[in-house]
Design a protein around this ligand. Structure first.
Ligand SMILES: Nc1ncnc2c1ncn2[C@@H]1O[C@H](COP(=O)(O)OP(=O)(O)OP(=O)(O)O)[C@@H](O)[C@H]1O
Ligand SMILES: [Mg+2]
Length: 496
């Protein structure tokens, strides 16, 4: 028996000034199905979901919810109908606790006051039923990106939705938590909830979805059963060409020792870290969230300070650390969380892309910037990563998630003084075609003699691109594997 149709979209068009984000889209979501949505950065996936949830209004087309024609004029109306969404851009209030965020806008009151005790007890029950283990009684600003993501998921599930939309829910969580999420999805699906699951991670799409819809340039080009599709076929529909290779050919370029740490520790999580990165070497950091990868990246970049041990660059010990010193030394970091550290919403694309060069290259701060040079530089960055945009004066808030990420990493890639670049989850939210371009860029940097630290929660890409891999666990390195010894199972065993 075919399951009942929950949501039906017919001839949907959404135009923004100068761009058709969705072009004549038909889509049907059934009860109890997990429906994967995949497509390149800027293909229209988030826009589609923002229309379903009433954030945007369609330019044309109809939406039927449980058989009735609807127009959700606000997120509240969609919410009342039973539609919940976990957004691609994080949406928690940093100063509130996890529990308060989960019930935000939906507070339980007792005698006109918010009943914190009752909220906490319901959140604990929710946690137990979902098997999600994360601190809910501290401000979410104190939590790691992955933990915040799990809180967003709990928020979406706090009132049992009929349709749950997950827009790249796993982009910042590691395999262990992905499994937790997948258990949750299976559970609610068995209870009849429909799920829209957007992801750039092919393996995940195939392991969790029943059907897949593929988007290209604002059009839905294919819908079919996941069991009848292959990764190759999905990629082909997505980018309209074959991508014969998912990873570049790795040719070793490692030369002399560039970075070395000796018994390094931060007095908190990190301890006894002894690593080296050679010039021209791509070194991967793998580990579960909370294992210390990002913390070490931040320490090496001078965002936090060391308590023990030493950091040496080209054999010289670095006594004091700070981001500006790091940049002076040619050490760069592309951060993990683009919303918090990567982009300035109030600047346009051009300004965001060229910020690191305002002082040395572009002469003067603000006002006095050499406009022509700035434009050329921004264009170079946009081209390097195939940015999908209208013009350089566009606000970054109008870009699709993946295209924002391209600016976050792209702006560092034209730095001439670069010796070591630390990339924390650089391919997060990036589509397969562009991921491949980034892998090529990483290998090209190595070829030019730059040392690269590549942090990722996606083990396959680390195995595909790196010369060497450090596996982290509980604040320290538990093993160091050269490329010849790369083995997925082995790495996972070390990490767990
Ligand atoms: N508010 C807006 N104003 C103008 N253009 C927009 C706006 N929101 C989205 N767009 C444009 O619509 C297109 C589709 O964007 P959308 O965010 O839906 O892509 P996506 O498929 O979710 O991509 P990604 O994988 O990068 O998240 C892009 O070209 C984007 O720049
Ligand atoms: Mg998106």
């Amino acid at each position: 028996m075919k399951a009942a149709v929950l949501l039906e979209i017919k001839n949907l068009i959404k135009s923004f000034p100068g761009i058709t984000a969705l072009n004549n889209v038909d889509l049907e979501i059934r009860e109890g199905e997990v429906h994967g949505v995949i497509g390149e950065n800027g293909a229209g996936k988030s826009t589609l979901c923002n229309i379903i949830t009433g954030i945007y209004q369609p330019t044309k087309g109809d939406i039927y919810w449980e058989g009735k024609k609807v127009t959700f004029k606000s997120p509240k109306e969609a919410l009342n109908a039973g539609i919940r969404m976990v957004y691609q851009e994080r949406n928690l209030v940093p100063s509130l606790t996890g529990a308060q965020n989960i019930y935000l806008g939906n507070e339980i009151t007792k005698k006109g006051r918010i009943d914190e005790k009752e909220i906490m007890s319901r959140v604990r029950k929710l946690q137990a039923s979902l098997g999600i283990d994360v601190k809910v009684d501290v401000p979410v600003s104190k939590l790691a990106t992955a933990e915040r993501q799990l809180i967003e998921i709990m928020r979406a599930l706090s009132q049992k939705p009929k349709l749950l939309i997950l827009d790249e829910p796993t982009s910042s969580i590691a395999e262990k938590d992905v499994q937790v999420l997948f258990q949750v999805i299976k559970k609610i699906k068995d209870e009849g909830t429909g799920v829209i699951f957007i992801s750039h991670k092919m393996e995940e799409i195939f392991s969790i979805t029943d059907r897949i819809s593929i988007f290209r340039d604002g059009q839905k080009v294919y819908t079919g059963d996941s069991s009848e599709l292959s990764e190759e076929l999905v990629i082909k529909h997505m980018i309209n060409r074959d991508l014969s290779q998912r990873y570049p050919t790795v040719i070793p370029h490692a030369k002399g020792k560039l970075l070395e740490t000796v018994d390094l520790g931060d007095g908190r999580l990190l301890h006894d870290i002894n690593i080296t990165v050679k010039a021209g070497e791509v070194v991967g950091f793998y580990g579960l969230v909370g294992s210390g990868r990002t913390e070490l990246a931040e320490l090496l970049f001078g965002l936090t300070s060391k308590k023990k041990g030493a950091i040496k660059l080209n054999g010289e010990e670095l006594e004091t650390l700070s981001p500006s010193l790091a940049i002076k030394n040619g050490v760069l970091l592309t951060p993990e969380d683009r919303k918090e550290h990567g982009l300035f919403d109030f600047f346009d694309i051009k300004k965001n892309a060229t910020i690191p060069y305002v002082k040395e290259k572009l002469g003067g701060f603000m006002g006095a910037i050499k406009a022509k040079e700035e434009k050329t530089l921004a264009q170079e960055i946009a081209e390097k990563l195939g940015l999908v945009y209208k013009n350089l004066k566009q606000s970054v808030t109008e870009l699709s998630g993946g295209n924002k990420q391209k600016i976050v990493i792209g702006k560092w890639l034209v730095n001439e003084n670069m010796k070591l670049i630390i990339m924390d989850e650089p391919t997060q939210g990036i589509d397969v075609g562009t991921k491949f371009e980034i892998y090529i860029l990483i290998r090209d940097l190595a070829k030019m003699g730059v040392g690269v630290i590549f942090i990722s929660s996606e083990l396959p890409e680390l195995l595909g691109v790196c010369d060497r891999l450090y596996v982290f666990k509980e604040g320290t390195v538990v093993t160091d594997l050269p490329r010849e010894k790369f083995d997925r199972e082995k790495v996972l065993r070390y990490a767990l």
